[in-house]
Structures are given as structure tokens and as C-alpha cells.
Design a protein around this ligand. Structure first.
Ligand SMILES: NC(=O)c1ccc[n+]([C@@H]2O[C@H](COP(=O)([O-])OP(=O)(O)OC[C@H]3O[C@@H](n4cnc5c(N)ncnc54)[C@H](OP(=O)(O)O)[C@@H]3O)[C@@H](O)[C@H]2O)c1
Length: 312
């Protein structure tokens, strides 16, 4: 093999990487223009992913309605968005709404307030969610109900309150930020996984119902979103290369990447997105086609965790 042939491979790889990079940049720009002037409601806009969605949609020129439980955190997000506004692009002042999704009784009023303000909602991003971790028998029924309210009844009540408007206008998109745990049962997450399964079931059914009205239902299910407080540490070069290629496995997907994916989902009107590494993706297939194997693997993990001695 001659030297020119040897040089071909790196050049080819470089060319492909360049093309992929350009495609991604163009795709991001296109995504942003798709939400210009659209009324976008984001629940829990003050958390990691919600905040990044707020930044991405604000930069894209959306008319944002930012919902959250805490007024100070909403106000500081508002200040941050306004301070980075680019004068060359048209952006809109966000509307702030106090919303605790587990308080179902106030959701109708919130929906009315938004519709009275803008007359419509183009995109609803159901992002808020409450987490709990622990053994099922140690978690009170009251907490189970609260999780179900925040993660299932809250999002579906808000969706129902805005749906009639979307149906009458024959346009709209509802995005559910779910979790791979809406497809898989993971120990010590009973209430959370149950609520995520319920929400996925609801929105899968709704998708088919509202298709004829040109209302799109999308679900985005990440497996693990990186915490802002965890950063890949410095190490030797082998460790750094390993971390570079498997950083999503180790640290989870960065909230910015998930927010960009939510934006792409909106622009491409995708129905279902999994943002997971090969292992959790394989687990979903294992659960579907070989459930006994999946249950055995998961049970092994629990025994190890609880340090339960083997019988016999
Ligand atoms: N983090 C992950 O690894 C991961 C993985 C897969 C899927 N997801 C999904 O991604 C979405 C965003 O997750 P995240 O990790 O960015 O957020 P997060 O860190 O889980 O925080 C959840 C946020 O929701 C808010 N919240 C909780 N109960 C609420 C309620 N009743 N009404 C309104 N807001 C409420 C919390 O506010 P307070 O802080 O004030 O309680 C918090 O800001 C969620 O739907 C989550 O299920 C996350």
C-alpha cells in the first residue's frame, strides 16, 4: 500500500467529520428558525434541562411562557435571558408563571392566564418532574400520590387544558420529557417509574387521537442527564480518551445536548426519541423480548445492593 493510500483514510475521516459538523450547525440554525414567534410553554423552566430549553427556545425567537414553583428562580432566569439577548436577532420578553404541577386545582387558571395573554399555545414542553428513590415499603402512600400528581396528573391536566385550543386551530405540538424509566422498571424507583410509564401511555394514546387535527405529540426519553455540578475530571491521556468517548455513559448527557434534541424534535416533528447509551437501549429490547433475563439481571443488582445473602 503506497503512502497516498495511507493518507486517504485520515483525510476521508476528516472530510466526514467536517461534513457532519456542518450538517449539525445548519440543522441547529434551521431548528431555531422553526420556533420564531411561536408561543412555547415550558414547565419547570428553572431546573437543569428546563433552563437550557428556555435558553435555546429564547435564542430561537420563541415567545416563552416559563413556569416554575419558585418566583426568585424564575426571575433570575428571566434576568439571565434578557441580559444575553442578541440585538441582531428578534427575541421576546418571556412571561413568567408560578406553577406547582402537583397542585392540580390551579392548573386550569394557569392555562387560562396563558391563553388570555397570547391567544394560543403552539408548543407545550412538559418537562417538570419530581423524583423519589427508596424501597417501596418505606415510601408513604402520600408521597406516591404526590409523585403521581406532579409527574402524571399535572402534565396531563395542563395538556388537556391547552388541547382544545390546539385542536380548534389545527396546529400545535406537545412534548413530554419522559425518562427511559417510562419503559423500564428500575428498583427503588417505584413511584417515579410508575408515573413515567403512565405518562408515556397517555401521550402514546393521545398521539393517535390528535393526529387528524395536525397536533403532534412527541416524547423525549433520556436515560441519564448530567448534573451541572459534575465535571469530567483530569486524568492521564488513556483515561481522558476513554472519558471523551464514553463520557455520556459516565456522566450522562449534558442538559444542553438534551435541550438541542428537544428543539430538533420540535422542528422535525419527531414522535419518539431515546437519548440513551447502548446499554440502556439494549435493556429496553431485553425487557421486551427476553423479560425473564431482564428481571434476573435487575434482581441480581438489588441483592448486591441490599447485601442479601443467597439462599441455600
Ligand atoms: N436528571 C436525569 O438524569 C433525568 C434522566 C431522564 C429523564 N429526566 C427527565 O428530564 C426532566 C428534567 O429533569 P432535570 O433533571 O432537568 O430536572 P430535575 O433535576 O429532576 O429537577 C426537577 C425539577 O422539577 C421541579 N418540580 C418538581 N416537582 C414539581 C412540581 N410539582 N411542579 C413544578 N415543578 C416541579 C423541581 O423543582 P424544585 O427543585 O423546586 O423541587 C426541579 O426544578 C424531567 O422530566 C426528568 O424526569 C431526567
Amino acid at each position: 500500500m503506497g503512502i497516498p493510500a495511507l493518507l486517504m483514510l485520515p483525510l476521508l475521516l476528516l472530510g466526514i467529520s467536517g461534513l457532519l459538523f456542518i450538517y449539525q450547525e445548519v440543522s441547529n440554525l434551521w431548528s431555531k428558525s422553526a420556533v420564531q414567534n411561536k408561543v412555547v410553554v415550558i414547565t419547570d423552566a428553572v431546573s437543569g434541562l428546563g433552563k437550557e430549553c428556555a435558553r435555546v427556545f429564547h435564542a430561537g425567537g420563541a415567545r416563552l411562557v416559563l413556569c416554575g414553583k419558585n418566583w426568585e428562580r424564575l426571575q433570575s432566569l428571566y434576568d439571565a435571558l434578557i441580559s444575553v439577548a442578541d440585538p441582531s436577532k428578534q427575541t421576546f420578553t418571556p412571561k413568567l408563571v408560578l406553577l406547582d404541577l402537583s397542585d392540580i386545582s390551579c392548573i386550569q387558571d394557569v392555562a387560562k392566564e396563558v391563553l388570555d395573554c397570547y391567544g394560543c399555545v403552539d408548543i407545550l414542553i412538559n418537562n417538570a418532574s419530581m423524583k423519589v428513590k427508596g424501597q417501596a415499603h418505606k415510601i408513604s402512600l402520600e408521597l406516591d400520590k404526590k409523585i403521581m400528581d406532579a409527574n402524571y396528573f399535572g402534565p396531563i391536566t395542563l395538556t388537556k387544558a391547552l388541547l382544545a385550543n390546539m385542536i380548534s386551530r389545527r396546529t400545535g405540538q406537545i412534548v413530554l420529557v419522559n425518562d427511559i424509566q417510562g419503559k423500564l422498571g428500575i428498583p427503588f424507583r417505584t413511584a417515579y417509574a410508575a408515573a413515567k410509564h403512565a405518562a408515556l401511555g397517555f401521550f402514546d394514546c393521545l398521539r393517535a387521537e390528535v393526529e387528524e387535527y395536525d397536533v403532534i405529540v412527541s416524547t423525549v426519553s433520556p436515560s441519564f442527564i448530567r448534573s451541572y455540578h459534575v465535571h469530567p475530571g483530569q486524568g492521564n491521556w488513556e483515561a481522558s480518551i476513554w472519558k471523551f468517548f464514553f463520557r455520556r455513559l459516565t456522566y450522562g448527557v449534558h442538559p444542553v445536548d438534551v435541550a438541542e434534541e428537544v428543539m430538533r424534535t420540535v422542528r422535525r416533528k419527531k414522535q419518539e426519541v431515546f437519548l440513551a447509551n447502548p446499554i440502556p437501549k439494549a435493556a429496553v429490547y431485553l425487557r421486551t423480548f427476553f423479560p425473564e433475563v431482564f428481571f434476573a439481571v435487575v434482581a441480581c443488582g438489588v441483592k448486591e445492593k441490599l447485601n442479601v445473602p443467597e439462599e441455600g
